[in-house]
Design a protein around this ligand. Structure first.
Ligand code: M6R
Length: 598
């Protein structure tokens, strides 16, 4: 149950467990959040057990009901329990085969098909491992499947295809999880399971084999997350804690990567040939959601500092439009979880086309990290709240490091310029702390705005992705319609949305930036049409308060680095507004933390 609690952020439509207790399979499952399952187990207790599987669901096939919750039982006497993450694409033909043979189904899920097939194979052969292997070879799509069977009270079988699976190695006990957060409180030793592999797990040891039966040698890694990082630690929500964690997340991502002269080193990208890296003539960033906004910031930073053309693509769009890639194209895939299926599919496609892939990833042992030519880890620690906060500021930090690393190698800037920027980066954690300590106004205003129907966000240059992130946060947390616009685009259409008292949040560039007066003009244009303006401005910006009803100030920094600071009031604004509406900020409706289906 502890493991499930740590993974609940991955899906929270329903939850369930099966254990083998006193020689018998016992299953409890409930629609809704994990708390419902906890209450059910309290009402119908299960005797102690030493083996079990558990699941939290984000519904794909079948509504989130008790029946559709996992585990699913298989076999004539329901001795087998199965949990599944992913989608079995050929489930309808397999289901028909089972129906024709007289099998009856208890749920509408694709997953139950696998439970019946394995049980049936086992009943015929009496060999559970080979029955399991046979069936997983018949399944198409994306799946991690785990199975226990009453006849084998010390065995868990697992199979992985296109969905995450990690093994935790303990002392006389072993674990499986969709990510290491599930078991980090018990062990720091982990093995990431490869594509098309089967795990045979017992308390005494672990064997891994391919779907074709060949033995697989595995490599352990040490988890550098702390179990306490994945708990609320006295904060009202994970999101509140993770916002507050940001100075540390940024500092840890910088740690060991900038020397005393302010020069950036990234030894971890030695998976990529240095010459090749310097020969790249184009970078394509692929990512989704919030991570794609870190990608937009990468575009500004890499183009400005390293002088390499960058385009940013939503991973789900990139894969299906036959993009043109050459050996000198570098794909930078950004993902907190490293398991977002859209991002994985995009990078797999790029690799097939001969491009090199560099990942910016927060989760050790994640599929993206495994499958990329090089990984720059963000060291934000586990991010549990569905809304991304510290992962984003850590991604931005990693993006600046990458831009400066490339600029150094390609000599696109002088050493003093590089050193000055490197040193400026090192000041970010303290500036993030400063922002976090002066957010009362943001909280007060958020509370007053809980009845708002729509909020618009405007920004220019790196302020534009920040505006889009502000809008995304408000949508996903407070269920309020919000849109982020490039401020210059307003007069090309969206200004028609402005009516009396329309709240507009504007991210102002530094007064030293040539864009500042232009954004001030945009503010005047919308104010003339009745908008109520809230500005995020650099400390000392005298113009901001002349035109905006409210100004939230952030410390001065290099303008390209400002998003690490300007995004924070927007995170807090969305969280506090959602709190004021009585919503669950950690687990907003309809969402899941890791989107492991396409
Ligand atoms: O794990 P990833 O960084 O690949 O996730 C990408 C998006 O699904 C994620 O950023 C999503 O947009 C967040 N819920 C936003 O807060």
């Amino acid at each position: 149950m502890g493991g499930l609690r740590r993974l609940e952020y991955r899906g929270y439509d329903s939850a369930g467990i099966s254990v083998i207790s006193q020689g018998q399979l016992a299953t409890r499952k409930k629609a809704g959040k994990l708390e419902n399952l906890v209450a059910d187990i309290k009402a119908h207790p299960i005797a102690d057990s030493r083996i079990g599987i558990g699941h939290t669901r984000w519904a794909t096939h079948g509504a989130p009901t008790d029946q559709n919750a996992h585990p699913h039982l298989g076999g004539q006497s329901s001795k087998l329990a199965l949990i599944h993450n992913g989608i079995i694409e050929n489930f309808s033909e397999l289901k028909q085969e089972l129906l024709d043979a007289g099998t009856s189904f208890a749920s509408e899920t694709d997953s139950e098909v696998a439970a019946h097939l394995i049980a049936k194979e086992y009943e015929a052969s009496k060999d559970l491992v080979s029955a399991f292997g046979k069936v997983v070879n018949r399944l198409h799509g994306a799946f991690t499947i785990l199975v226990i069977h009453e006849d084998f009270p010390d065995l868990i079988l697992a199979a992985r295809k296109n969905a995450p699976l990690v093994i935790g190695i303990g002392e006389g006990e072993n674990f499986l999880g969709s990510d290491v957060a599930a078991f980090v409180e018990h062990t720091k030793r982990a093995i990431s399971v490869g594509q098309d592999e089967i795990v045979i797990l017992r308390p005494s040891g672990v064997e891994i084999q391919g779907f074709d039966g060949h033995k697989v040698d595995s490599k352990e890694f040490t988890i550098d997350w702390d179990a306490s990082q994945a708990s609320k630690g006295g904060w009202p929500s994970f999101m509140a804690k993770e916002i507050a964690d940001q100075p540390q997340a940024v500092a840890d991502t910088l740690m060991g990567r900038i020397n005393s002269e302010g020069m950036v080193t990234l030894p971890e990208i030695d998976g990529l040939d240095a010459k090749q890296l310097m020969a790249i003539d184009r970078i394509i960033v692929v990512a989704c959601g919030t991570a794609s906004y870190a990608g937009e910031i990468a575009k500004y930073a890499i183009e400005k500092w390293a002088k390499i053309p960058v385009s940013v693509e939503l991973a789900h769009e990139f894969r299906y439009r036959d993009p043109i890639l050459t050996p000198n194209t570098l794909i930078v895939a950004i993902s907190q979880s490293g398991e977002t299926m859209d991002t994985l599919m995009a990078t797999r496609y790029a690799k097939e086309q001969g491009a090199k892939v560099m990942a910016i990833c927060n989760t050790q042992g994640a599929t993206l990290a495994r499958e990329s030519d090089a990984v720059v880890y963000t060291h934000a620690g586990p991010e549990v709240a569905v809304a991304s906060t510290k992962a984003l500021t850590a991604q931005m930090t990693a993006v600046y490091l990458l831009a400066l690393f490339l600029a150094t190698g390609r000599k696109s800037m002088s050493a003093p310029e590089l050193s000055q920027l490197g040193k400026e980066l090192l000041k970010l954690p303290a500036k993030v702390t400063e922002v976090l300590s002066s957010l009362e106004q943001v909280t007060d205003l958020a509370k007053k705005m809980s009845k708002a129907k729509t909020v618009l966000f405007l920004g220019r240059n790196v302020g534009f992705p920040v505006a889009m992130e502000g809008a995304l946060k408000l949508k996903e947390l407070a269920y309020i319609h919000a849109e982020g616009f490039a401020a210059g685009e307003l007069k090309h259409g969206p200004i028609a949305l402005i009516e009396q008292d329309q709240p507009v949040i504007v991210i102002l560039p530094s007064p030293s930036d040539p864009l500042h007066p232009k954004v001030i003009s945009n503010i005047q244009e919308i104010k003339a049409r009745g908008a109520t303006v809230i500005a995020i401005a650099e400390v000392g910006d005298k113009e901001a308060s002349k035109y905006a009803e409210n100004v939230w100030y952030v410390p001065a920094t290099n303008w390209l680095m400002a998003p690490v600071l300007t995004v924070i009031p927007l995170q807090v604004f969305a969280m506090e507004l959602a709190n004021a509406k009585g919503l669950d900020v950690d687990q907003p409706r309809n969402l899941a933390k890791s989107v492991t289906v396409e």
